[in-house]
Write a protein that binds this ligand. Structure first.
Ligand code: NIG
Ligand code: FE
Length: 414
């Protein structure tokens, strides 16, 4: 039996309470000073002050971690990534540094199309191997659950291959993976002007197999000018919903199309990016309980304006933060960079950032009942920082201060 006590944590961040946390609630992270918790069989069975816990549980019966002068938090959840892909697009990044925009590169046949070509050439095994390496790097930053998307196949075989790679990794690796079917990620040259036909193919020929073989829980679409329109996105997402998928949407990233409003209308689980989300869209997300997932490193890497994170929280949105790791717009899985940019550029407090990376992110991947907070009955997915306070997370700018990662009650080798 795996039995663990973590004691003497100078700050034990529980993130307990109602979820998702909207607006002001995001500042309440349920911190216990000099906290402790008890884990049995991978599940948290008690949380409290060190005095309370040690008066009830005998340390001799447990493996003990002394977290003196360290902060303890729920494992981070990276709720939006595209970590299964072939090839790289470093040349595109260098063009962007010279002044080209992401959309210009896409319009002249680069961008996602390049990664689709490379991903089609990969075998299932090679996708699993590169995926495994990327997961390891994520875990080193304290990520214990990650969402991953297809969308670099855009044909039957490769979409399925990507999703199968994630399924295999979910089974073999300690990190949990939540899979999303993102068939409508781009319009290949052969489908230009025939977007409806492509969507029909995805809805009729791919989606039912993804469902039948339990290869994804979520469906997602790149709703963007010159990619998929609001009407096309509505049609695809409605079909996915009817088939039993939960919904995500790449919304209002470069142009304001009304993706946030569409997410609210369809009761999507999350709307992601949102750099250009309108005031009405922000209100609609807050009211309908759509998680507003902000991908601050993408905006940073694309030299775009940041999403209005401060305004969203002030207007009662439930905000999550994620890296968006992918080979194009954002080749980064850096949680420290995400924290730095969210704090300094989007003006979020460290408490809001922690909520956005834990319990609100758990809701964004529909795992709110098992992860995202340190509460009795939840999985023991826990990180221990090298420093005594969460204030070191933004303060030690861009530096990884996660010292120990515990997944299902077991200390991982990083
Ligand atoms: O979330 N915006 C669309 N999709 C990805 C980028 C994918 C790529 O450029 O390869 C994103 O940023
Ligand atoms: Fe994305």
């Amino acid at each position: 039996m795996n039995k663990l006590i973590i004691k003497n944590a100078s700050e034990l961040v529980t993130c307990k309470g109602n979820f998702p946390k909207h607006g002001k609630e995001m500042s309440d992270i349920g911190m216990i000073k000099n906290g402790a918790l008890v884990v049995e069989n991978g599940i948290i069975i008690a949380v409290g002050s060190t005095d309370e816990i040690l008066s009830e549980y005998n340390e001799k019966d447990y493996k003990v971690i002394d977290a003196k002068d360290k902060a303890v938090l729920p494992g981070f959840i990276d709720s939006h990534t595209h970590f299964i892909f072939g090839g790289y697009r470093a040349d595109e990044f260098s063009w962007r540094l010279r002044g080209d925009t992401y959309m210009e590169i896409m319009q002249r046949g680069g961008g996602i199309t390049n990664t689709v070509r490379a991903t089609r050439q990969e075998t299932l095994d090679s996708l699993v191997e590169s995926g495994r390496k990327r997961l390891k790097k994520m875990m080193q930053f304290g990520v214990t659950t990650v969402e991953g998307k297809s969308g670099y196949g855009l044909d039957f075989d490769t979409e399925i291959k990507q999703l199968k790679a994630m399924k295999m990794l979910n089974e073999s690796e300690p990190i949990d993976i939540v899979s999303t079917f993102l068939g409508p990620h781009s319009v290949l040259p052969e489908y230009k002007g025939k977007e409806e036909e492509f969507l029909d193919f995805l809805i009729k020929d791919v989606m039912p197999i993804v469902k039948k073989e339990h290869l994804a829980e979520f469906a997602d679409i790149f709703c963007e000018k010159n990619v998929f329109s609001i009407e096309q996105s509505r049609r695809f997402l409605q079909a996915a919903k009817d088939m039993g998928f939960k919904l995500k949407i790449h919304a209002d990233e470069i142009y304001q199309l009304g993706g946030a409003e569409l997410a609210a209308e369809l009761h999507a689980t999350s709307a992601d990016h949102l750099l250009q989300a309108s005031d009405d869209g922000i209100k609609a997300m807050a009211q309908s309980g759509v998680i507003s997932t902000l991908l601050a490193i993408t905006a940073f890497s694309l030299k775009e304006e940041y999403a209005r994170g401060r305004y969203m929280i002030d207007n009662n949105c439930a905000v999550a933060l994620a890296t968006d790791l992918n080979p194009g717009s954002c080749f980064s899985n850096s949680i420290p960079l995400l924290i730095a940019v969210s704090a300094i550029q989007m003006k979020l407090s460290i408490e809001e950032i922690i909520t956005a990376l834990t319990i609100n992110a758990a809701v964004a991947v529909n795992r709110q009942d098992t992860i995202g907070s340190l509460e009795v009955g939840k999985k023991a997915d826990i990180i221990i920082l090298e420093y005594p306070s969460i204030n070191f997370l933004p303060y030690h700018v861009g530096v990884n201060i996660v010292e120990t990662v515990i997944k299902n009650g077991k200390v991982l080798t990083l």
